[in-house]
Design a protein around this ligand. Structure first.
Ligand code: HPA
Length: 267
């Protein structure tokens, strides 16, 4: 299936060779609208599925940003949609096969760290896989990565530093911290958020970690960016809603786009 997907995409993109991949999280998809040269619907790609979530479009978009060839995912597959964990990470393997060397993974997240506010951007320095599943379970594809991959530098430390430096240079304030992934789709309870804080998490979400594990395994450089869309349950006492998450992502999207474009320029 992987070969079929790659073959189908290569037929559509011809000699366009993407070197950077971006997974655009909830509410952050419009970066792709600005730079689309070739668009492929997920439903047409072997092994992809249509996206079922509002704020996620379900398109693979190819375009040039600041001179670099980029492939952007407008929408991702979440484990909570009922997809297998292999399906969730399938596009990352496809991007690797297409030649992508650096993957920028973005998401909407809840802020656990009390210093975070809605619409803050956070550079992910590390993660906690609390999904109860690992996307590398099963036969190992030795051509992509090793059986027991090291995970001590999933989020490429030099790139974390670079993103922070760029944030300072262009006046986009950035937080940094550890992202914890739970499966969702229910948001966390206040007790779960207290646990997450106790074990070292700064932000919580329902994605990113499976994709980051596979990208790191496959030898890609990874940058993780969270848009903090709400205070996680119990951190503040508002009721969480997906609509509010999308609104906060919308408020952050101009600075998010400014940052990502500048990061791409420097990669
Ligand atoms: N929890 C989990 N996922 C999220 C949240 C949250 O509070 N906000 C946005 N995505």
């Amino acid at each position: 299936m992987l070969d079929k997907a790659v073959e189908y995409i290569m037929q559509k993109i011809g000699d366009f060779k993407p070197e950077i991949g971006i997974i655009l999280g909830s509410g952050l998809g419009d970066l792709a609208d600005e730079f689309c040269e070739i668009i492929i619907d997920y439903k047409d790609i072997p092994g992809f599925e249509s996206s079922t979530i509002s704020g996620h479009k379900g398109k693979l978009v190819f375009g040039k940003i600041n001179g670099k060839n980029v492939v952007m995912m407008q929408g991702r597959f979440h484990f909570y949609e009922g997809h297998s964990i292999q399906k969730v990470v399938f596009p990352v393997k496809v991007m690797k096969k297409l030649g992508v060397e650096t993957l920028i993974i973005t998401n909407a997240a809840g802020g656990i760290n009390p210093a975070f506010s809605p619409s803050d951007l956070m550079v992910i320095t590390d993660h906690i896989n609390y999904m109860g599943v690992n996307p590398l379970i099963g036969a190992n594809d030795d051509s992509m990565g090793t059986r027991f991959p090291d995970m001590s530098k999933v989020y490429t430390p030099e790139l974390v530093e670079m993103v922070k430096r760029i944030g300072l240079e262009i006046g986009v304030e950035l937080k940094e911290g550890v992202y914890i992934a739970l499966t969702g789709p229910s948001y966390e309870t206040p007790a779960e958020v207290r646990m997450a804080r106790t074990i070292g998490a700064d932000a919580v979400g329902m994605s990113t970690v499976p994709e980051a594990i596979v990208a790191s395994w496959a030898g890609m450089q990874v940058i993780g960016l969270s848009c903090i869309c709400n205070s996680a349950a119990g951190v503040s006492f508002t009721v969480l809603s997906h609509d509010d998450v999308i609104k906060a992502a919308n408020n952050a999207k101009d600075k998010f786009k400014k940052l990502v474009k500048e990061v791409i320029k420097k990669l």
